[in-house]
Design a protein around this ligand. Structure first.
Ligand code: SDX
Length: 393
């Protein structure tokens, strides 16, 4: 090997870049977007305000917000020819696979835009992604039900528009419940960015080759789908349901997780690469779960199972010694389910929330003119050897 390579599998101790977007303190459980505490933003801001903050660096003035929000409102329609791509998917295709394919396809439908500068063109791509992702997301859900796909309505705000496309039917309008809108607003804000996580690093790496923003975001959606990352929120609910069906004995599952080497079982929704005391988002979501379910009059038995599982794990040496605490995915699915969102759409909800963060990080990477990402390796393969022709093998 020429030169000196430090091996750091999973980049556990590697800083990939300098960024001014999101600050995490894993020991103190601190999460700030552009210097604003996540607790403040979740309680006081709208998701589109937070999207603007992450992407442009400052909270928007009233005028800036009006321009941004209006532009998004006017770009929610998706090119009708994209429906043909939908029709090619099996009806039961997982919505994450559909979403990453359709976002990648956006590069074919929206790449040639006139714009005075690269910056103007990027701003328009950003508006199109924020505006069209919810529409595309709901279409895969409606198709999986055999229901007609709904079109966005310009008179609805961002989250009510999403809910209406998800749940309204030609035979019956959907009544927008402010409790549901507020709960989704909090959840989308909590998922909006998280510094250099797996999917964000993917977006940056793909974008570092000068690939277009749609292809970069599509790659991020694919990375998020994994059960160790965003896909965990779906795994958590399936795990809690399995515990419930198995009599609700959480200690049995804690023991299975402690013998992960033999059982291959992990407690989904637990553990985090950075947070080693608690995930501040999990704290907010846990409280929101109680509030939302009681306001909606929903009594979901898996909420008590989740709390029992958290209690058991937090008092068990295996988890304490490894600093494993509930992460953002542990309670989020319980709220999504109470809002009527189906399990296979949970990771899509994560993607809708994380989109502004991916965009902000891609934009920063480009503005900072980061070099193309190209790590090295420690070679462990064969040393030089002679080729033997096939006739002799
Ligand atoms: C997200 O990076 C981000 O910020 C991600 C995210 C974001 O906002 O973008 O926060 C979103 O992805 C949250 C994480 C969702 N994933 C899950 O809930 C899946 C379950 N969790 C784990 O797979 C794991 O904790 C990770 C992937 C989250 C973190 O993995 P690490 O940092 O590589 O830790 P590790 O796998 O090396 O685990 C350290 C030890 C191991 O035991 P030993 O080998 O030391 O004996 O802890 C054990 C692991 O076996 N362990 C678990 C466990 N998580 C880790 N044991 C049981 N259950 C678990 N959930």
């Amino acid at each position: 090997q020429t030169g000196y390579v430090t091996l750091d599998r999973g980049y556990k101790n590697t800083g990939a870049t300098k960024s001014a977007i999101t600050f995490l303190d894993g020991e103190e459980g601190i999460l700030q977007y552009r210097g604003y505490a996540i607790e403040d933003l979740a309680a006081k801001a709208s998701f589109l305000e937070v999207a603007y903050l992450l992407i442009y660096g400052e909270l928007p003035t009233k005028e800036q917000y009006a321009v941004f929000e209006t532009a998004i409102r006017r770009h929610t329609l998706v090119n009708e020819d994209m429906r043909k791509i939908f029709d090619g998917f099996p009806v039961k295709a997982h919505p994450m696979g559909v979403l990453s394919s359709l976002v990648s396809a956006m590069s074919a439908f929206y790449s040639d835009i006139e714009g005075s500068s690269e910056e103007d063109k990027t701003d328009l791509h950003i508006i199109r992604l924020l505006a069209k992702l919810p529409t595309i997301a709901t279409w895969s859900y409606k198709r999986s039900l055999g229901h007609p796909m709904n079109y966005p309505k310009n008179q609805l705000d961002y989250i009510p528009n999403f809910l209406n496309m998800m749940f309204s039917l030609p035979v019956e309008d959907y009544k927008i419940d402010p409790v549901v809108v507020e709960a989704l607003n909090v959840l989308l804000i909590l998922h909006a960015d998280h510094e250099q996580n797996c999917s964000t690093s993917t977006v940056r790496l793909v974008g570092s080759s000068q690939a277009n923003i749609y292809s970069s975001i599509s790659a991020g959606i694919s990375a998020l789908w994994g059960p160790l990352h965003g896909g965990a929120n779906q795994e958590v609910i399936e795990m809690l349901e399995a515990i419930r069906a198995d009599g609700g004995d959480v200690s049995k599952y804690v023991d299975m997780a402690k013998n992960a080497k033999t059982t291959g079982f992990r407690l989904f929704g637990f553990g985090h690469r950075v947070y080693k005391n608690f995930d501040p988002r999990a704290k907010i979501i846990k409280k929101a779960a109680d509030d939302v379910l009681s306001k909606l009059g929903v009594n979901d038995p898996v909420l008590e199972i989740a709390k029992g599982l958290e209690e058991a794990a937090l008092h068990d040496d295996y988890f304490i010694s490894r600093k494993l605490y509930p992460n953002v995915d542990f309670y989020s699915g319980i709220i999504y389910r109470a809002l009527g969102i189906p399990t296979n759409m949970f990771t899509v909800m994560f993607a809708i929330g994380r989109l502004p963060g991916w965009i902000a990080q891609w934009k920063e990477m480009r503005e900072q003119k980061e070099p193309i990402g190209r790590p090295r390796q420690i070679y462990t393969g064969a040393t030089l050897r002679e080729f033997t022709p096939l006739s002799k093998r």
